[in-house]
Design a protein around this ligand. Structure first.
Ligand SMILES: [Zn+2]
Length: 313
């Protein structure tokens, strides 16, 4: 009987209107931003200064001279040697991540120049299985460090990682020791290792190479943690202070050396590279002592007042 059935199609549910692809909402201030404008501004919200997560290719473009990156070991990819399966098969996760990012794993390593200073440059991709460090990430970092040792070059690693890749079990944890011991060897060369921490850097990456830099820089607002705030809150059953584990918090607690805005990162790297690789022992100025205050606290020119007062302590 028609009483109980709908004889004709009535109103059809309307599709929820979504913001078109050209626009993106800032997750901090909720401002709707035209994507092109955001790209022009290095993926930093012009309204509130929020630093969006970006890809390795963006860092290469923003930081290296002419965006030129001479990549090595790009062909090394992960293997599912434990035949690991949780909610998904690890082998499927690798395949999906390769397809999504066009890369074989969560880090790219190579040579590049920063204001004409040649460096070994490594940059992680959070979009590749959460930037997790498995055997490939560890191996590529180790080889990059070997290149830096062999060619006597400064080393720069940009981190973005959820930590060790648990799908590779104990092998992923061994990468902490592997990368750390290689860095100890690199330290003997006297060349600088600059660690740049971006949002988020947690777990095994924080517990190894990211925190071993001669200079540890972080982007504003980056989460820098071993265990994240949610886990800590559940464990201790207390509310956490505002901005807990963010870059500015970690700076004020002595974990990192400086918070550097994306727009100022390249120039800051140049300053550090010039300071630490050129002959800085100018007797007239320093009496043979290195003075790094200049580097991390003061900007080189009046146009670059990049540090807030509270970061200079
Ligand atoms: Zn914003």
């Amino acid at each position: 009987m028609d009483w109980f059935k709908r004889a004709k199609d009535g109103l059809k549910p309307q599709k929820k209107k979504e913001i078109p692809e050209l626009w993106i909402k800032c997750s901090s201030c909720e401002e709707v931003i035209y994507k092109r404008e955001l790209e022009k501004n290095l993926h930093v919200c012009a309204e509130c200064g929020f630093h969006f997560r970006i890809k390795s290719s963006d860092y290469i473009k923003y930081l290296l001279d002419d965006g030129h990156f001479d990549e090595f070991n790009a062909e090394i990819g992960s293997v599912d040697f434990l035949k690991f399966k949780a909610s998904k098969r690890y082998s499927d996760q690798i395949k999906a991540a390769v397809k999504k990012t066009g890369q074989k794993d969560a880090i790219r390593t190579g040579f590049g120049k920063i204001h004409a200073h040649e460096v070994v440059f490594c940059v992680m991709d959070f979009s590749f299985i959460g930037g997790s460090m498995g055997s490939v990430v560890g191996e590529k970092i180790a080889r990059a460090i070997d290149e830096a040792i062999k060619r006597k070059l400064p080393l720069i690693i940009i981190s973005a990682s959820g930590g060790a890749r648990m799908m590779e079990g104990a092998i992923s944890l061994m990468q902490l020791a592997k990368t750390s011991s290689r860095l100890a060897k690199f330290a003997e060369t006297g060349y600088p290792f600059i660690s740049i921490i971006t949002d988020p850097t947690t777990g095994g990456v924080t517990a190894s190479f990211a925190m071993l830099g001669d200079f540890i820089l972080a982007e504003p607002g980056a989460l820098i943690a071993f265990a994240g705030p949610r886990v800590i809150k559940q464990t201790i059953g207390q509310d956490l202070p505002e901005g807990f584990q963010r870059a500015e918090f970690q700076l004020s607690h002595g974990f990192i050396d400086s918070v550097v805005k994306r727009h100022e990162m390249k120039d800051r790297l140049r300053d550090i590279l010039e300071f630490s690789t050129d002959n800085q022992f100018d007797e007239e100025n320093t009496n043979g002592e290195l003075n790094n205050e200049n580097l991390l606290v003061n900007s080189p020119g009046p146009a670059e007042s990049s540090l807030d007062d509270d970061q200079t302590n």
